[in-house]
Design a binder for this molecule. Structure first.
Ligand SMILES: [Zn+2]
Length: 137
C-alpha cells in the first residue's frame, strides 16, 4: 500500500488551518484564511534563493561594493543592502559609542559656522581654480 502524504495548508500569518481555496494567481492555487482573512500561496517562493543571498554577503565581506554585488547577482541594490543588514543584525552586535565621544556631522558644523556672525578659523580655506586659469598663470 502506498502511503500518501497529506499536506496541511496553514495560514502564513496566523498559522490557522482554517483555510479555503481562493482561485489562482499566476497559475498557482491561492488560499484564503477564514481566521484572519489573509490571502496567500503556500508554495510560492519569495525573493532570491538562499545561496544567492549567502554569495552576496560573502562578496560584500571580500570588499565588493553593494552595487557590484547587485550586478553579479542580477538583483536590486536595496535587496543586497537588506540581506547584508539582516545578516549583520543576526550575527553581530551593534557597536555602542563611548559616552565621551561626540560625533558631529560636517553639515552640522557648516550650519554652526554659517549662523555665526564672525567666521572664525575652522579647517582650511579651499579655493577651486579652473584648470585653464591655473595653466595661464
Ligand atoms: Zn490567518
Amino acid at each position: 500500500m502506498k502511503s500518501r502524504k497529506i499536506e496541511v495548508i496553514k495560514c502564513k500569518k496566523c498559522e490557522s488551518e482554517n483555510v479555503v481555496k481562493a482561485g489562482f494567481l499566476e497559475g498557482n492555487q491561492r488560499f484564503k484564511c477564514k481566521n484572519c482573512g489573509c490571502q496567500f500561496q503556500p508554495n510560492r517562493s519569495k525573493g532570491k534563493p538562499e545561496n544567492i543571498k549567502r554569495l552576496a554577503i560573502l562578496l560584500y565581506m571580500c570588499g565588493l561594493s553593494m552595487r557590484t554585488i547587485a550586478k553579479i547577482t542580477k538583483t536590486d541594490l536595496h535587496a543586497v543592502y537588506r540581506w547584508i543588514r539582516a545578516f549583520a543584525e543576526k550575527n553581530y552586535e551593534k557597536p555602542t559609542p563611548k559616552s565621551s565621544e561626540v560625533v558631529v556631522e560636517l553639515d552640522e558644523m557648516w550650519h554652526y559656522i554659517k549662523d555665526k556672525k564672525t567666521n572664525v578659523g575652522f579647517g582650511r580655506l579651499i579655493a577651486a581654480i579652473p584648470e585653464t586659469e591655473y595653466l595661464s598663470v
